[in-house]
Design a protein around this ligand. Sequence first.
Ligand code: ADP
Ligand code: MG
Length: 253
Amino acid sequence: MHNGELVVRLDRVGKVYGTGASAVTALEDVTYGFARGSFTAVMGQSGSGKTTLLQCAAGLTRPTSGTVRIGGADLGVLKEAELAAMRRERVGFVFQAFNLLPALTARENIELPLRLAGRRPDPEWMRELVDRAGIARHVHRRPHELSGGQQQRTAICRALAARPEVVFADEPTGNLDSRSGQEILAMLRGIADGLGQTVVMVTHDAAVAAHAHRVLFLADGRPADVMEAPTAERLAAAITGQPRRPGVTRPAS
Ligand code: ADP
Ligand code: MG
């Protein structure tokens, strides 16, 4: 597991919604790799293709052209059932809405995807996750008995339960106050730094993206820039100022 190993690879990925006069090009010729253990924020204006990139990279949407690989497996050759199995076993998802089942306890929610896949939760891994999430004492509670931050931390545990290759998060702090959001971001950073999990997070918020190892900027469906070790200040300057600032480098091709 050396540093440069690319867990998720997109090669010349294009995505067009619709056909004919109503066709919309959401992604165009995207080549990019997400390294194991990296925490990447994807930024860009509304409509720049962030969500589409995440959905293609996660196997939720099939690209119109190009290839997506997760852990070396080409998603394009998989049948629907195989793709579904790949998502269940090797990909974790965190959304803005926590999507916890209200009738289940936090622990039951965390373990549900594993149980549906016929797998037994690893008690040690479960303990590690709920400790990291700071919810060890609350796992018997139902979602409505948890704060928003605790619910999202539960959802992150659920995303990690199967030890996926990669976790995708689309605006994971969008429904949270800033303090709860900070806790979520610290947890995402911690699972990358401490557990070697690969995390890809879509956000429009510079203060959120500043927690990542690097930021991939999209513009009009294409990678426009990459910033390493971002800070909120440099990000704000890059977003509002000139596109070519010192410290903002072109992505490696
Ligand atoms: P972002 O997440 O950066 O706001 P999206 O990936 O959601 O961008 O959208 C990129 C472009 O694709 C936009 O022009 C959007 O209107 C279009 N788009 C997204 N999803 C669909 C869809 N299901 N059908 C048609 N057009 C879509
Ligand atoms: Mg979006």
